[in-house]
Design a protein around this ligand. Structure first.
Ligand code: LLP
Length: 402
């Protein structure tokens, strides 16, 4: 965690706010801290100081329109991958010309609906380029290139190696370009996104260099360098100063540089607060059972992801112990933290799960019949606590049943 969050006064304020939010809205609850969002946003802007750019926020990380709006007000566009994310952008007031449409499976009905509602389209394949022949569009087209670079992150979120389903192989670029040009589409450049939660500068350097070389070869003056900046879940994060020194000069002369950051902008700003139902001791292991599991936060179950855990109101006298922090779902994989050293809580203690602003709520499900948690935005500078999504209800779950 960085300085702002480690600051003692900040921690005290945060804890008071968490208690106030829980009193009002119960648990489990997602809380986003506006001050941290602003901090992240400023850090991103600083990295690209002096570059002509369109920064976009990747809605897949978190599509709450109230949060998207915070970015939009600062000049950000959005990266969308569905009609749903388009609606989120529209609700947040993002102008069409700042919306970038990504995806490897764009359907004809999505194309019909979105063709004039987005500023940019990233084409993922020759087959997609051919399909565009049926649709007139004034959007600016980019070709997503698969640069075959290993981002050294979790295989599920690694997208730029040639075995993955994403992007156009370098050998096929001419064909894709000709196909789009024959249709009269405006092709402005290449798009490179090699994965997510990348904590080393080297893979970006390698992949973006390939993008720059290709741009020179094809005479393109615009480039989309994707997202993927890794945050500090467990001690390591992308070194922004190194990125600024090594990667930014590669693109600083372009007419337009588009970025699509999600996790870096919103991840550190989000907390999931859950309540302890049981501390279950067995001869083999101790389990801390929460009222939130993989339904509310799937990252640990899905990727073995690490999220920091803090126990408020521990049991007295204090005891530290290695435990599995688990949810209430009927799955052995329903784990929030495995073999983690924690201060043992008691029934009713609050547990704070950190760094869940990105891919937390957006990947939550109703599995095992659990409604989704509410989302709350807090602002320390104005002392405001704002409910930005109500808690789901059991009725919601069955609304579409005929
Ligand atoms: N652009 C494209 C084309 C993407 O596919 C993604 C993420 C982004 C931008 C934003 O990447 P970011 O800056 O957030 O790393 N569910 C996984 C992450 C999946 C990322 C998918 N694509 C997780 O929880 O770690």
């Amino acid at each position: 965690m960085y300085s702002m969050v480690e600051n003692r006064d900040f921690q005290v304020m945060l804890e008071q706010t968490i208690r106030a939010v829980v009193e009002r809205y119960g648990t489990p609850v997602y809380i986003y801290v506006k001050d941290i969002i602003k901090h992240q946003l400023t850090r991103v802007k600083k990295v690209f100081d002096g570059v002509k750019m369109l920064p976009t926020f990747a809605c897949k990380a978190n599509s709450n329109p109230w949060l998207i709006q915070l970015f939009s007000k600062e000049g950000f566009g959005t990266d969308i991958v569905s009609v749903g994310e388009y609606y989120a952008s529209e609700l947040a007031g993002v102008p069409s010309e700042r919306i970038v449409w990504n995806g490897n499976g764009k359907t004809k009905s999505e194309m019909e609906f979105l063709k004039d509602k987005v500023g940019f389209v990233n084409v993922d394949s020759l087959e997609e380029a051919q399909r565009w022949a049926d649709f007139q569009s004034e959007a600016k087209f980019f070709i997503r290139v698969n640069p075959d670079v290993n981002p050294r992150t979790h295989p599920h979120i690694s997208t730029g190696v040639r075995e993955t389903k994403f992007g156009v192989h370098v050998d096929l670029i001419d064909k894709v370009l000709n196909t789009l040009r024959k249709q009269g589409k405006r092709v402005l450049g290449f798009h490179i996104h090699i994965g997510s939660q990348i904590t080393e500068v080297e893979p970006f350097l390698e992949a973006i260099s390939i993008g720059v070389e290709l741009s020179e070869k094809y005479g393109f003056e615009c480039i989309n360098i994707g997202g993927g900046w890794g945050i500090n879940y467990n001690g390591k994060e992308l070194d922004l100063e190194e990125y600024r020194k090594k990667v930014v000069p590669l693109v600083s002369n372009f007419e337009l540089v588009i970025t699509e950051l999600g996790r870096y902008l919103i991840g550190p700003a989000g907390l999931l607060v859950a309540r302890v139902e049981y501390v279950k001791r067995t001869p083999y292991k101790t389990f801390v059972v929460l009222d939130a599991g993989m339904n509310a936060l799937v990252r640990p179950a899905m990727y073995g992801a690490h999220h920091g855990i803090r126990v408020l109101d521990p049991k007295e006298p204090r005891e530290e112990c290695i435990v599995d922090v688990v949810g209430p779902l009927c799955e052995t994989g329903d784990v929030i933290a495995k073999n983690r050293l924690v201060t043992i809580p008691r029934y009713g203690s609050l547990v704070v799960i950190e760094n869940v602003g990105a891919y937390g709520f957006s990947m939550a499900s109703n599995y095992n019949g659990h409604p989704k948690p509410p989302e709350v935005l807090v602002d320390f500078s104005s002392n405001e606590i704002k409910l930005i999504r109500k808690r789901g209800s059991v009725e919601d779950l069955f609304r579409n049943v005929e």
